[in-house]
Design a protein around this ligand. Structure first.
Ligand SMILES: C[S@@+](CC[C@H](N)C(=O)[O-])C[C@H]1O[C@@H](n2cnc3c(N)ncnc32)[C@H](O)[C@@H]1O
Ligand code: SF4
Length: 438
């Protein structure tokens, strides 16, 4: 699709600029604004197995290291509270936050003690979800998000998930049996895997609906720049020319029974949290290794090193070690354009109230582009909404924004000390892991 190619070509350097960071010894984050509540993001970077395609900040699980980490995460939460931050929602992401469920419970309980938390969302893996987990998290987690990726055994094998998380048939049963265990259950899927066909994708969407889950997020496969060649040799080259067609297939299938909650999320009911919390929370604070914050028009990133993380928190400091560019008014308008439209609706009056100009004047080029390609459905005095083409173009914009963050993660991984880098590999040498854990 021509519009996709043009947009990707423009977005790539832009997102590189928007996500570029500089190291800082003591990044002073802005003081919280009076009366404002933020979202608190807490990162748990441990997994029992490292999936081939995964671009997130995650290490191979070691119980001692993870126990210490959770204690430090709670300490960092207390530091944030001490700075006067107040949070209305908590998102615990990973990695696999449920990997030590007692620790997760203590962490959520502390957040509820310190702040007036209305809503908690957490992520898990298919081998951990079930009645036992639901019982422990009852009254603690409102929305659970679980990664399935596909019900196709060939794809699951390529992702290195078949053995650890189960076959397509087993995953179907796991999700079907978990559908009523949480107030809301989101299932993550991936599309545009090199060996995936349209038939496989249609089957995935059909099976997904049959499980009875009430929300699903379909991510386009995003190869992080540093992983691209390794990923290519393991699973094949990602063909971007198929992405739009695959998106249309999902949209057609999910259109029966589900509605969009964002450009790549479909839900049975309107409202509620989605994985991309940046849509509902313009400002958020991230705690934990590698987590990001967006405050006062600037991105901040925490150290990825587990040792450096512990050191900073023990010294009573937040773990922020890098900060991004200060966004100008125009950058903030663009940020609003992408996050609001990714959430399906841009309120033109709110835009004028916040920026003192119309979206047409502030973002002339962006508006003309979207109009020319038929991206808008409603385009009146009140708001902008999207056609299917428009939603797909928002997927492209979000994909490029996340690819910018992936670049940052690649660089951070490369800069880790050798002993910590060992935890990025399956079968890390036992003596190295013991050294880190002691
Ligand atoms: C950070 S994971 C946490 C969920 C959990 N660990 C699991 O895998 O079951 C959240 C989701 O991100 C998506 N994801 C990770 N890496 C991706 C990539 N390179 N491209 C597209 N989606 C990706 C997967 O769908 C995954 O379920
Ligand atoms: S996809 Fe989930 S389980 Fe796999 S490595 Fe990434 S965070 Fe861990």
């Amino acid at each position: 699709m021509l519009a996709e190619r043009a947009l990707t070509a423009v977005m790539r350097p832009l997102s590189r600029w928007y996500t570029s960071h500089e190291p800082v010894e003591d990044a002073q984050i802005p003081a919280p604004a009076a009366g404002k509540t933020y979202l608190l993001y807490a990162h748990v970077p441990f997994c029992e197995r490292l999936c081939t395609y995964c671009s997130f900040n995650r290490f191979l699980f070691n119980e001692d290291i993870a126990m210490r980490y959770f204690a430090d995460l709670r300490e960092e939460m207390r530091i944030a509270a001490g700075l006067g931050y107040r949070f209305g929602s908590l998102y615990v992401g990973g990695g696999t936050p449920t990997i030590l469920v007692d620790e997760l419970c203590q962490t959520i309980d502390l957040a509820r003690e310190l702040f007036h938390i209305r809503e908690v969302s957490a992520e898990t893996s298919p081998n951990q979800i079930g009645p036992e987990l639901a019982e422990r998290l009852e009254g603690r987690v409102d929305r659970m998000s679980v990664g399935v990726q596909s019900f196709d055994d060939k794809l699951l094998r390529q992702m290195d998930r078949r053995e650890k998380y189960g076959s397509g048939k087993e995953l179907f049963e796991i999700i079907s049996n978990s559908r009523d265990l949480f107030h809301s259950l989101n299932v993550d899927m991936i599309f545009n895997f090199p060996s995936q066909t349209e038939t496989m994708l249609r089957r995935d969407a059909k099976l997904l609906k049959e499980t009875g889950c009430n929300q699903s997020t379909f991510y386009p496969l995003m190869a992080s720049p540093g992983q691209k060649s390794a990923l290519s040799s393991q699973i094949g080259r990602v063909d971007m020319t198929r992405e739009k067609r695959f998106y249309d297939v999902i949209d057609e299938e999910m259109g029966h029974g589900f509605e969009h909650s964002s450009a790549w999320t479909w839900s049975k009911e309107k409202g509620g949290m989605i994985d991309e919390y940046i849509v509902d929370y313009p400002e958020y604070l991230g705690i934990g290794s590698g987590a990001q914050s967006f405050l006062g028009g600037r991105l901040y990133t925490n150290t990825f090193s587990l040792n450096a993380y512990a050191e900073r928190v023990h010294a009573g400091r937040l773990s922020v070690t890098q900060r991004g560019k200060q966004y100008t008014q125009r950058d903030m308008m663009r940020y609003r354009f992408v996050t609001d439209l990714f959430g399906l609706r841009l309120d033109k009056r709110r835009f004028i109230a916040d920026f003192g100009t119309t979206v047409e004047r502030g973002l002339w080029g962006e508006i003309q582009f979207m109009r020319a390609v038929g991206g808008f459905d409603r385009d009146d005095d009140e708001c902008l909404t999207l056609t299917r083409t428009g939603r797909y173009l928002l997927v492209v914009m979000m994909r490029e924004m996340l690819t910018g963050s992936n670049r940052l993660r690649d660089e951070a991984r490369a800069a880790l000390p050798a002993d910590e880098r060992a935890l990025l590999l399956e079968g890390a040498p036992v003596d190295v892991v013991q050294g880190l854990a002691s």
